[in-house]
Design a protein around this ligand. Sequence first.
Ligand SMILES: [Zn+2]
Length: 146
Amino acid sequence: MYTPKYFKAHELVPKEVYDLFIDETMIFGIFDENALRILDLIREWSGVGLTVNNWFWKGNRNECGFRPNNTTTGATQSAHKYGKGFDIISPKLTTVRFWDLINENASKLPCKIRIERTNGGKPIGWLHFDTMAAATQKDKVYYFNA
Ligand SMILES: [Zn+2]
């Protein structure tokens, strides 16, 4: 199990999942370790605070990390449901800047990743990365359209 340096458990799961755990440090066990490592790396490369979920501070982001299987949010086989995907925003960074940071540091990624470029034909306004790379993925960073 990997415990992130920069993110608390409540930032990575919905409130209804958070409330199921007695020991919140165990929550990190539901995630892919590499996905958590990459979350910390992106935080280090960007040098600014990043937001995944913010429900803890009364914000409206609740399913930007792990998503339970019964959610109506996102794709049926979303990486979020396997603890392998995160949606990240920052008022200080555009989505393109996030992509540039990842491309510049791609050799330091612990595994291949995928990045969502568009959704329904529209550019997305956040960084979605996941560790659901297919065995056939050649590039360290693969951009897909959802
Ligand atoms: Zn996503």
